[in-house]
Ligand binder design. Structure first.
Ligand code: FES
Ligand code: FE2
Length: 436
């Protein structure tokens, strides 16, 4: 048995503190945030088997676009072939050369720089120069396709999964697509406005960023300004079955600060979606804030046990951004966006500061973790359990996607019923009554 096979976090005992319901659970061990060996195993067992968000679908809308991403320490290529997105390991089938080192445009083929073997966007080997003259015996190009990977999309996000046994993405996401269906997020657009994308290099473990996103306990102290547009008392549960942690603010109030409501809202939203913010951490690395008029999306890219890159993107409802020829409309939109953007940047800076501080605390102290606040931190308990499942399962085919709230569950957590529940929750309650 190798040392990794004997790693304590592969055994149930390591996770005993997080397995009870939130009322008697504690947080994760500092080892999970600060131990190099844990991080290495987490890359293999968690990121190597999860559906990981890696790109925006719109980044692949242009024919001939090739993206290079990193998942679980492996370099991954993404292309579009007709309507279909494809993913491959970034390695030539001849002698293994890395095929691309950055996003680029290709003229229909992926060409290896070493001996010019070339592959179609479906991964077929289409040329092996000088090889055909005297090929090795039994050489059949069909045997030398690029190594394919699982790729799928939901809404604006491209996901990659390195493991064949992981349940499909629609099972992974549970009811989330249905929950957010009225937004038609797949149509929301990236803009070339200044600041619509940004990258932050954060000195904290990726899980601290997820946890911080998934709880609003810290709002009054870390974000005094945010707490005025997204008031703690207006936060409710938004949790159905699926590998995600959801919460909602209803309404997104504008009584003291209007930073979130200056942009024009999407059309076609019902009363609940049109008045709410949906905040969803899709396990493991997608942080999605959906407002009636914009989306703020963060894809987390772990770089080490104490370092994470945040890839941040704003998206807008279809048609919201005026075209370039409408100079006045565009200027007005850009001003409104700048208010929204600055607001998020300030909030994100505050989050980064506090998460880096947590990283320092868990790294040097190593003290046992403390209890969770049931009213606010149940999503963290859910996240810890999903993490534990991935780290302990021998076969990811055995993964059980966690269930969601049942009618009445909100009272258990000390959360009052949402005054404007999303239709899906009304529907779920109706179904539950029917089957009772
Ligand atoms: S290693 Fe790619 S063509 Fe030789
Ligand atoms: Fe925060």
């Amino acid at each position: 048995m190798s040392p990794t096979d004997a790693a304590p976090w592969r055994l149930p005992g390591f996770w005993a503190g997080i397995r009870p319901k939130v009322w008697s659970a504690v947080g994760l061990s500092p080892v999970a945030y600060a131990d190099e060996a844990f991080y290495a195993d987490e890359q293999a067992r968690l990121f190597g088997r999860a559906w990981t968000g890696v790109a925006l679908a719109s980044e692949l809308s242009r024919p001939g676009r090739l993206l290079v991403r990193s998942v679980a320490g492996k370099s991954v290529l993404l292309t579009r072939s007709g309507d279909r997105l494809r993913g491959f390991l970034n390695t030539c089938r001849h002698r293994g050369t890395e095929l691309a080192d950055a996003d680029c445009d290709i003229a229909g083929v992926i060409r290896c720089p070493y001996h010019r073997w070339s592959y179609s966007t479906e991964g077929r080997l289409v040329a092996a120069p000088l090889f055909e003259a005297s090929p090795p015996s039994d050489f059949d190009p069909a045997d030398w396709r690029l190594v394919p990977l699982r790729v799928d999309t939901w809404g604006p996000i491209v996901f990659v999964c390195l493991d064949e046994e992981t349940p499909p993405l629609d099972v992974w996401l549970g009811d989330l697509p249905e929950r957010l269906t009225a937004y038609r997020l797949e149509e929301w657009e990236l803009s070339d406005l200044d600041g619509a994308t940004a990258t932050f290099d954060v000195g904290a473990n990726w899980k601290l960023l997820v946890e911080n996103f998934a709880e609003y306990y810290h709002l009054p102290w870390v974000h005094p300004k945010l707490a005025k547009v997204s008031r703690v008392k207006d936060h409710y549960r938004y949790q159905g079955p699926g590998m995600y942690c959801g919460q909602t603010t209803t309404p997104v109030s504008s009584d003291q600060h209007e930073d979130w409501v200056v942009l024009p809202p999407a059309t076609g939203l019902g009363a609940s979606d049109g008045a709410s913010g949906r905040f969803v951490a899709v396990f493991p690395n997608v942080l999605l804030a959906v407002l009636p008029n914009h989306v703020f999306l963060i894809l987390l890219e772990p770089q080490g046990v104490g370092r994470t890159i945040e890839h941040c993107t704003f998206l807008f409802p279809p048609g919201a951004v005026p075209p370039a020829e409408d100079e006045r409309g565009r200027r007005r939109f850009a001003e409104a966006f700048e208010t929204t953007r600055q607001f998020w940047v300030d909030v994100n800076d505050e989050d980064i500061d506090i998460c880096e501080r947590v990283q320092r605390g868990v790294s040097h102290a190593g003290a046992p973790p403390g209890p969770m606040a049931p009213r606010f931190e149940e999503p963290l308990n859910r996240f810890h359990n999903m993490t534990a499942d991935l780290m302990t399962l021998e076969s990811v085919a055995d993964l059980v996607v966690p269930s969601g709230d049942r009618p009445g569950d909100v009272d258990l957590y000390g959360t009052k019923p949402n005054p404007m529940p999303p239709p899906i929750e009304v529907e779920a309650a109706r179904r539950a009554r029917q089957t009772a």
